[in-house]
Write a protein that binds this ligand. Structure first.
Ligand SMILES: [Zn+2]
Length: 293
């Protein structure tokens, strides 16, 4: 009888996973990846944006508001990347834990050295980077600080597991140091690229490559015919190494510019999960750097 009881107990322990302590909402997938690295089995992560969705063009959906109602923390990119849906999500979900100023409102950009910060903000021009460049997830130096801030905030919200979150961050930092040793051997210094969108400025800053032109004259504004002609002329004379796009940026424009200039197109993952084999942030960075070689 006793043995049967223990057999039951053992089965029950195996069959029921430990309930996650914290419900986390992450906006772009890379934030979800960092939340899982830092929180592991103590967090249940809901990601709102799809890997191949233009993060500037996301709209609020009822499912986001439902997720907002039960969340303990929302982790977002900031710098107005979520301007199309985050204010509505916060207002409609009426969850006091997620309100600005609370620990459950986690703006990852607070830990970032922002580049392209405008001295004068002019939203009337339609620029979708009004507070500076928001695409810092390509920067290991910035991501390390975001991950540290994240682990500290998880420890604050779930004090009983504070050591667990700290250890997870130390594991993340060690894994990043290993990757950076390998990434340092990939020679990108001095390579020159043209990009569709201003998506790779942090990548350029961290790895010493150059972005010499953009298909979009301003971030978020489709290119005019005159701008494309100027760009084609410049690319024909300067011959950059490649034209960089993602799954959702200007496929046809990029192909036509490539055909006219002879400059090859490289499609990079815009976020974690955007291409096969980019299932977490490390794999996403690995793939990005390999494709640029
Ligand atoms: Zn952008």
């Amino acid at each position: 009888m006793r043995n049967i009881f223990f057999a039951f107990l053992f089965f029950f322990t195996l069959a029921s996973p430990v309930a996650a302590e914290l419900h986390v909402i992450a906006t772009p997938p890379w934030i979800g990846s960092l939340a899982r690295e830092n929180g592991r089995e103590q967090v249940a992560v809901t990601i709102l944006v799809k890997p191949n969705q233009d993060p500037h063009m996301v709209e609020a959906k009822p499912s986001m508001i439902l997720a907002g109602r039960k969340a303990d923390i929302i982790m977002y990119n900031g710098l107005d990347l979520e301007i199309g849906y985050l204010p509505l999500l916060l207002e409609s979900s009426r969850n006091p834990r997620l309100m600005p100023g609370k620990s459950g409102n986690f703006d990852c950009s607070r830990f970032v050295s922002v580049i392209d910060k405008p001295t004068v903000t002019d939203r009337s021009m339609g620029d979708v980077h009004p507070l500076g460049n928001p695409h810092y997830h390509f920067s290991p130096a910035n991501i390390l600080r975001v991950a540290e801030g994240m682990s500290q905030t998880l420890a604050l919200l779930d004090a009983a597991n504070a050591d667990f979150y700290r250890q997870n961050f130390q594991g993340f930092a060690a894994r990043l140091a290993d990757h950076q040793q390998r990434w340092a051997t990939i020679r990108l210094q001095g390579k020159r690229f043209v990009a569709y969108h201003k998506l790779f400025e942090y990548l350029a800053a961290d790895f010493g490559l150059q972005i010499t032109g953009y298909v979009e004259a301003k971030p978020g504004i489709p290119p005019s015919a005159a701008h494309v002609e100027e760009l084609v002329a410049a690319m024909t004379s300067n011959a950059p190494d490649a034209l960089l796009t993602t799954g959702f940026y200007g496929g046809k424009d990029a192909e036509s510019i490539s055909a006219r200039t002879g400059v090859k197109v490289i499609t990079l993952p815009a976020d974690v999960g955007a291409l096969a084999g980019t299932d977490d942030w490390f794999a996403f960075m690995d793939q990005t750097l390999i494709l640029l070689q």
